[in-house]
Design a protein around this ligand. Structure first.
Ligand code: PLP
Length: 387
């Protein structure tokens, strides 16, 4: 059976060139980078090379990069690290209603320690209004955290403008760029961010490794207490193969990102037009233009997203209803509810995300298969009025 992967926002395959770069670091070059002998120093150099590649790619200095175990750790470290380091200054955090759980959960956790979080609403198009962020600021606000692009609806937020507001008020600003690094340009100075999270498995690197950019001078409590790794900012023996893989993956993105984005925008727009034309009663979620090159997200009325996924899977197509992390929950996604969809429509969302190995044949196959599946499911649905 044909197999078509259209779930690149959940995770990406590791690029074969990344695999090749990683392999020696499991046996030949297995040293602990904290060791002073030659084995250790070889590993240390590899880490520092990866740090330089990443720093250059996002416009940072190498000493502003902390390697982590992925997007979740980077996000948790940013939220909790700023809160605990700056609690004498205030106890208020501003974030948005559509953030990933890696932001929402630490914000909720901090309430136990006397912090308060304001979740700024988004418009029906999924966009955050910078003025709403400004209005939410109080004299107790110590942190603003807004995601660069949403993982479900792909909407790219006005981070530069929000960063300007944070800067004017002297408030630390974090952006979760897990869905954007390697896909669209990310420059920490242009975006006006103090902290930025990223994760290698979203840009053709390995799983379980990421980074947190921390602008020099940002007050941040350490999140992982242990040895003196990462200049004492994050204990734990470095994941050397992972970090080498992250660096290689970034290097590949630096070469390929522009052309890939252009190609994906073409396929994405064909899909948006094709689905709208072939299937009645569908609604594109997220702003039509201000979205990631690889993201298509539709609500398909009268049927459940899960049923669509299972039926797509039967014909070999892998897609998603939204975030991979919430796929075990039957609750509608908080993102769909935040953009104002009623529960019954929020349940019928389908996310299609494209990537490095997506072809026109793949998207044509989806366009051919999806209308048949929707038609079949609607005919069985008690909610469908036009049987
Ligand atoms: N933030 C966003 C926007 C994400 O999409 C994800 C993963 O889906 C994460 C954070 C968590 O990243 P990781 O899986 O590397 O922990």
């Amino acid at each position: 059976m044909k197999k078509v992967y259209l779930d690149y926002a959940a995770t990406t395959p590791c690029d074969p060139e990344v695999l090749k770069a990683i392999e020696p670091y499991f046996f030949e070059k297995f040293g602990n980078p904290s060791s002073i002998h030659a084995f250790g120093q070889e590993a240390r150099h590899a880490i520092e090379d990866a740090r330089e590649i990443l720093a250059k790619f996002i416009g940072a200095n190498p000493d502003e990069i902390i390697f982590t175990s992925g997007g979740t750790e980077s996000d948790n470290s940013a939220i909790e690290g700023v809160a605990f380091a700056q609690q004498k200054k205030g106890n208020h955090i501003i974030t948005t209603a559509i953030e990933h759980h890696a932001i929402l959960e630490p914000a909720k956790f901090l309430e136990r320690f006397g912090f308060k979080a304001t979740l700024v609403k988004v418009g029906k198009d999924g966009l955050v209004d910078p003025l709403d962020i400004k209005k939410a600021i109080t004299d107790k606000t110590i942190l603003i955290s807004v995601m660069h692009a949403n993982n479900e609806i792909g909407v790219v937020q006005p981070i530069t403008e929000i960063g300007k507001i944070a800067k004017e008020k002297g408030i630390t600003f974090h952006a979760d760029a897990v869905q954007t690094v390697g896909h669209i340009p990310v420059n920490v100075n242009e975006l006006n961010v103090d902290l930025l999270s990223l994760s290698a498995h979203k840009f053709y690197g390995p799983k379980g490794v990421g980074a947190l950019y921390v602008r020099k001078g940002t007050r941040l409590e350490k999140f992982m207490h242990g040895g003196g790794q990462e200049k004492g900012k994050r204990g734990s023996t470095h994941n050397v193969p992972g970090i080498v893989g992250l660096g290689k993956a970034i290097q590949l993105c630096a070469d390929k990102m522009e052309a890939e984005a252009k190609f994906q925008i073409g396929l994405r727009d064909q899909l948006i037009k094709g689905i709208s034309a072939r299937i009645p009663d569908v609604l594109l979620n997220g702003h039509y233009l201000k979205r990631l090159p690889n993201n298509v997200n539709f609500s398909i009325r009268y049927i459940e997203g899960e049923s669509i996924l299972l039926n797509l899977d039967m014909v070999g197509i892998a897609a998603s209803t939204g975030s991979a992390c919430t796929s075990e929950s039957l609750e509608p996604s908080h993102v769909m509810l935040a953009i104002g969809l009623p529960h019954e429509i929020a349940h019928g969302s389908l996310r299609i995300t494209l990537g490095r190995w997506t072809t026109k044949e793949d998207t044509d196959y989806l366009l051919e298969s999806l209308p048949k599946i929707v038609d079949k499911l609607r005919k069985m649905s008690p909610l469908y009025p036009n049987k």
